[in-house]
Ligand binder design. Structure first.
Ligand code: 5CA
Length: 437
């Protein structure tokens, strides 16, 4: 993509309404635009990141046999009357009436809808376990939408649901999801810590929140230091036999947030205690038969006896993660995207767009990178070098390939790593080899 043609309205000024760094940087980099309080349009650069995050989430859900569906955003109120949540949910729920005077709502979550869908066709123990998920926009009329996409009113969530024959099987589904979340966040370059949590309006007996570390996080975290340096993304995990030991490794260690913290346990940990701030990027729940009972999700067991299925639900804040990753990965000059979610792999900077030789060299590199399948943002605009460097640092692509007339006279271009700041002069061929290797 050429910057001269790209719809990327960057801002030079720091927007005054943005209180936290990710919100400021997303606005300055032209990733999003506010439509109304807590509701945003995603511009091309922001949408690329959102889609990359979505794809990692999708791959890790598919990897544990969770099947993708897509349920609507608008739901009939009657479903929620059946579960009893229509009145319970309160003013956070956006209620709508259609032309036939039927009560509808914009879904804040989908437990009712998926349970009804399951109940309509699944009849026997052979139909379980089932894991289903979708990635869909939600609406919650938050009292205080703030921090940009971090606490929006409209936001993108991955929500998955498990259906099992009994509590033991349901626990296995829960553990599967627990471990898959550890991998999901790690692939995005994040350290996520699972913490025992309150179940809130979703309800249930067991629940964990996943928090990523960021100085600007809304929650205060305290945990055993060992939880911070576990690595799972590249490890082959057997999603049957490895589950329990991995989950135990986490749940046996102290980890708590806000009102769940325990001063006595923290004192006992001494030097092993770490306190930090965090952002909740996921939340999983085991709630047994809370919804299946009300909505008739029943299967026959091996003896032909009817049993109500055991359920859990599993959320990831996909749009919140865009802000969360920036909170965890930036410096004073801008965003530092982890490779796995970066909107482009390389920013190619033409230092002298008016110059024939420089432009020819840039065009050549651009063509070759694209032919090799590398995603490139090519700054082909005329303008000051300083501005181009500042813009490239702001948008945070992992690599900058800098091409100017003086370097070319010596047969070199410059390759800069955004994260480390390291710069290297090398031939255009070597730079290509490094970026496509
Ligand atoms: N039904 C369950 C799990 S599928 C559920 O809704 N859980 S939740 O309420 O905890 O939301 C799941 C995740 O969505 C949260 O962990 C958070 O990362 C994200 N989320 C929740 N509210 C917002 C919001 N207002 N803005 C952005 N992300 C949000």
């Amino acid at each position: 993509m050429r910057s001269s043609q790209y719809f990327m309205p960057t801002l030079k000024e720091t927007p005054s309404e943005a209180e936290i760094v990710s919100h400021r940087l997303m606005l300055r980099a032209g990733m999003i635009r506010q439509s109304s309080a807590g509701i945003y349009s995603w511009l091309p650069m922001g949408l690329r990141v959102l889609k990359n995050i979505e794809q990692i989430v999708r791959e890790e859900q598919n990897a544990i046999g969770c099947q993708e569906v897509l349920m609507p955003t608008i739901q009939p109120a009657d479903l929620w009357r059946q579960s009893g949540r229509y009145d319970d949910y309160g003013p956070e729920m956006l209620r709508i009436r259609d032309r036939r005077d039927r009560d509808m709502l914009y879904g804040p979550t989908n437990e009712e809808q998926i349970t009804e869908m399951f109940a309509a066709s699944q009849r026997s123990y052979r139909d379980v376990p089932k894991l289903l998920y979708h990635i869909q926009w939600k609406f919650r009329d938050e009292i205080r939408p703030r921090f940009g996409v971090m606490r929006g009113r409209e936001f993108l969530m991955k929500d998955a649901y498990s259906f099992d024959l009994d509590a033991e099987a349901a626990r296995r589904s829960y553990n599967k999801m627990f471990v898959s979340y550890l991998r999901t966040y790690e692939r995005m370059g994040l350290t996520a810590i699972p913490m025992a949590a309150d179940t809130g309006p979703i309800g249930g007996d067991m629940s964990h929140e996943f928090l990523i570390l960021a100085e600007t996080g809304e929650s205060e975290i305290a945990c055993h230091k060992d939880l911070l340096d576990k690595r799972w993304a590249d490890r082959a995990i057997d999603f049957e036999s490895d589950l329990q030991p991995i989950v135990d490794e986490f749940t046996s260690q102290y980890a708590a947030t806000d009102e769940m913290r325990d001063p006595e346990q923290e004192k006992a940990l001494g030097g092993d205690l770490v306190t930090a701030r965090g952002i909740e990027v996921g939340h999983i729940f085991y709630f047994g038969t809370k919804y299946s009972e009300k909505l008739g999700a029943v299967v026959t067991d091996h003896d032909g006896k009817e049993v109500t299925v055991e359920m859990g639900s599993y959320g990831i804040g996909v749009s919140r993660l865009v802000g969360g990753i920036i909170e965890a990965s930036h410096d004073e000059n801008g965003i530092i995207w982890p490779e796995s979610v970066a909107p482009f792999h390389v920013g190619l900077i033409n230092l002298k767009a008016g110059d024939g030789k420089t432009t020819a060299a840039c065009d050549d590199l651009y063509g070759k990178l694209r032919a090799a399948g590398v995603e490139v943002l090519y700054d082909d605009r005329e303008g000051r070098a300083g501005q181009k460097f500042a813009d490239m640092d702001l948008i945070g692509l992992p690599w900058q390939l800098i091409v100017g007339p003086r370097g070319l006279d010596n047969g070199v271009v410059e390759l800069k790593n955004r994260a480390s700041g390291e710069r290297e002069e090398l031939s255009p061929e070597s730079a290509l080899a490094q970026l496509t290797g």
